[in-house]
Design a protein around this ligand. Structure first.
Ligand code: IVH
Length: 713
């Protein structure tokens, strides 16, 4: 039968078509949303990037052809929109830190020994608190004159998100306090109980929404709701375990402070105990571990904290973790599954990383479909030092493998079951050419990793470097995340191929016929938001700039050390340009920075001396303004900004404590005396360093004078 376009039969056909198109759109939208969720919940993604992109392209194409059928909540509307729009930023008066981890009893003994050594306590027994480590997300709640004022998430530890309206819906958090210090920042963990989590997922299922993978994700998703009424409908709970800014101390001890918080009306964990020494710590660990299954909330370990707050103060902090606390984690859950394929990913530094594609399996409440295989030696059955692991068993495609997740990190493969190996399984042939650009992939002497030699000419490396460049600790540009970087990298009209291109984006867009705002997935507002976010980052702190360069071995902590040492981009750049590996004054200065070793120093120098790399940095610097490093925190201390050298025996505090104290007061501590040294602290037995100081005319003081400086400051 033939029909004319305007006959009733044709109208019926069009309606059916429309229904089919709508159904296809819904299916694609659901797939994209599920993938977004898996991606943003930091789980290993459930589908590959290629599958994701294909789904997105198909949905966009359908929407382009049938704009009238576009779903009102289509996920294509989200693309390019700033992800974190809506929450104001809060700078924490006292940074919110994380904890170092211990996995075995030995590491707990080492933690205790480190503390006794740092404090010079000899064999004296240290008293600790031990309490469950709640698997939720941390929150800082600020009370002023007994009233809740601001609640903020941890964020990057320095700046978090203002979630006050949502925190007010948490019934464990008192709105007002009676008898509290005028200023009190209570810190603790927001979590969701198992029964509440199950009830929430039932509601999600009824509403056709994706379920939450685990209570922690549910708690995080609920606390970070833009609509506090949604948060109110999702019962969140809170355990107080720490504090930030205070107008008056809560107590002399950790336990005393926790009891005080309990008396003020906060929930504190009933499994918190005082333990004398490591034997008691480990006994309480086993007790909590044995009770874990009965608890109606998730915990993932036990946290130990030095009880005496004066000792906590003396121990102080490393860059992001306190010296006086540690998290003793429970062993990770392991599960067997089939390894379907081994893929090779090329990272930011060119590393070829083997990834196991697994038959999806639930581990610790999260669906895992990818796991890292580290490097080619690991696949062959050797660790990075060449020792045999897994009794020398290699890993092959088709094998049954034991998978585990430790904390938030990428899942790992622990073992392989040879009895289930398919007869046709072949040893894995690790590529010697980059699968992305075809360049040679080589292993340098002593390096466990094979690397692509293509540099920025390798699209995978270039893309990963850009992703790193815009990541949170680096330029952190809102609305320019990994997905947008991928989109722009491949964009023929408005490409971003290197960092400098980000800052010319707006000008180039203005010259284009098809403006960004007129493209699919973008609008006037999202394009404008992106340009504004980029403009905001045109002025960037020095440490972010150094970290953003993505130089091998130079992480966030090292970038901060380098920034505070050199102070300005000009000084840093000049020093790196002049430095020669292994010799000369610039080299000495660089490796004398505490926390900078020879490997990092060589890597830094190489980056500034490699021609292409250098041009890339210069092009970026032309576009931006790098701000000088902030003055050291205690600028009013007499040693702030000075370079100190300790030598000889200190009798009243250990060398480690003296160094930590000096750094907390804004001084730098160097290992050797040079013309740049401001002050030498010489204890008994000081030898060549004190002599050199005298020769150079550097001031030398004894331990008493040092103590007067350190205490009086
Ligand atoms: S104390 C300065 N105690 O674990 C130390 N943290 O891995 C502040 N956490 O960011 C943390 N339970 O979110 C502490 N009983 C507990 C904890 C706990 C869970 C979380 C917290 C922290 C993370 C570090």
């Amino acid at each position: 039968m033939t029909t004319s376009p305007d006959s009733p039969a044709a109208a019926g056909g069009q309606k059916r078509d429309a229904q089919q198109i709508r159904a296809a759109m819904r299916e694609l939208a659901a797939l994209i949303r599920r993938a977004n969720l898996a991606y943003h919940q930091k789980d290993a993604p459930e589908i590959s990037d290629a599958e994701y992109d294909a789904a997105k392209r198909r949905l966009l194409a359908l929407e382009e052809r049938h704009p009238d059928l576009k779903l009102p909540d289509s996920p294509t509307r989200d693309i390019g929109a700033p992800p974190r729009e809506g929450f104001a930023k809060v700078t924490h008066e006292v940074p919110m830190l994380s904890l170092g981890n211990a996995f075995a009893d030995d590491e707990v003994h080492e933690f205790d020994e480190r503390i006794r050594k740092f404090l010079g306590l000899g064999d004296k027994v240290v008293t600790y608190t031990a309490e469950p480590k709640i698997d939720g997300l941390s929150l800082s709640v600020r009370y002023e004159n007994g009233r809740m004022r601001v609640a903020a998430t941890r964020g990057d530890g320095v700046t978090g998100e203002d979630v006050t309206a949502n925190a007010r819906t948490i019934c464990d958090l008192p709105q007002t306090l009676d008898g509290a210090p005028d200023l009190l920042e209570v810190r603790g963990e927001v979590y969701m109980s198992h029964p509440d989590f199950e009830a929430l997922n039932r509601v999600q299922a009824e509403a056709g929404a994706a379920p939450f993978a685990n209570p922690r994700n549910a708690a995080a998703g609920s606390l970070r709701q833009l609509d506090p009424e949604i948060t109110r409908a999702r019962p969140l709970r809170f355990f107080a375990y720490a504090w930030g800014a205070l107008s008056a101390p809560l107590a002399d001890t950790q336990m005393g402070a926790i009891n005080r918080l309990a008396a003020l009306g906060f929930q504190t964990n009933p499994l918190t105990r005082l333990c004398r020494g490591t034997q008691e710590l480990l006994a309480h660990y086993r007790h909590i571990e044995a009770r874990r299954a009965e608890l109606d909330y998730d915990i993932d370990g036990v946290v130990y904290k030095v009880d005496d707050l004066d000792l906590q103060r003396r121990l102080g902090f490393r860059s992001t973790t306190p010296r006086w606390a540690i998290a003793h984690k429970f062993p990770a859950e392991t599960v067997w599954t089939r390894l379907e394929k081994i893929d090779i990913q090329v990272g930011r530094t060119g590393a070829l990383s083997p990834v196991a594609r697994l038959k999806p399996v639930t581990v610790g409440g999260v669906v895992v479909s990818n796991a890292t295989l580290h490097n080619e030696d690991y696949i062959r059955g050797f660790d990075s030092r060449g020792n045999v692991i897994r009794d020398g068993k290699d890993i092959r495609e088709g094998d049954w493998v034991k998978v585990y997740r430790a904390g938030d990190v990428i899942p790992k493969v622990a073992d392989v079951d040879l009895s289930r190996r398919p007869p046709d399984a072949r040893p894995f042939d690790f590529p010697t050419r980059c699968p992305e650009c075809g360049s040679d992939a080589i292993r340098e002497e002593g390096d466990a990793v094979r690397r692509c030699t293509g540099g920025m000419a390798c699209p995978a490396q270039a893309m990963e470097r850009l992703k790193h460049f815009v990541s949170r600790g680096a330029f952190d540009i809102e609305g320019l995340g990994a997905r947008q970087v991928e989109m722009f990298y491949n964009d023929a009209d408005l490409p971003i191929r290197e960092p400098a291109d980000i800052f010319t984006l707006r000008a180039r867009d203005a010259r284009n016929l098809t403006r960004l705002k007129n493209r699919d997935g973008w609008g006037e507002k999202s394009a404008e938001n992106l340009f504004r976010a980029i403009e905001e980052r045109r002025r960037i702190p020095l440490y972010r700039m150094i970290y953003a360069l993505g130089i091998r071995h130079v992480g966030e902590a090292a970038s901060k050390l380098l920034a505070s040492h050199y102070g300005s981009w000009e000084a840093f750049e000049t020093a790196m340009t002049r430095a020669q590996p292994g010799e000369g004054a610039e080299w000495e200065e660089l490796i004398n920075i505490d926390g900078v070793g020879a490997v990092m120093a060589r890597s830094l120098i190489a980056a500034f001396h490699q021609e292409n790399e250098r041009r890339l940095i210069d092009r970026l610097v032309d576009q931006i303004e790098v701000l000088d490093a902030k003055q050291p925190p205690a600028a009013d201390s007499p040693i702030a900004g000075k370079t100190l050298v300790f030598t000889g025996t200190l009798e009243r505090m250990t060398r480690a404590e003296a160094k930590a104290r000096a750094e907390a007061l804004g001084a730098r501590v160097a290992g050797s005396v040079s013309a740049r040294t401001d002050l030498v602290i010489a204890g008994p037995g000081a030898g060549s360093k004190a002599r050199k100081a005298a020769e150079l005319g550097v001031e030398v003081i004894d331990e008493d004078a040092w103590l007067a400086l350190a205490e009086g400051a």
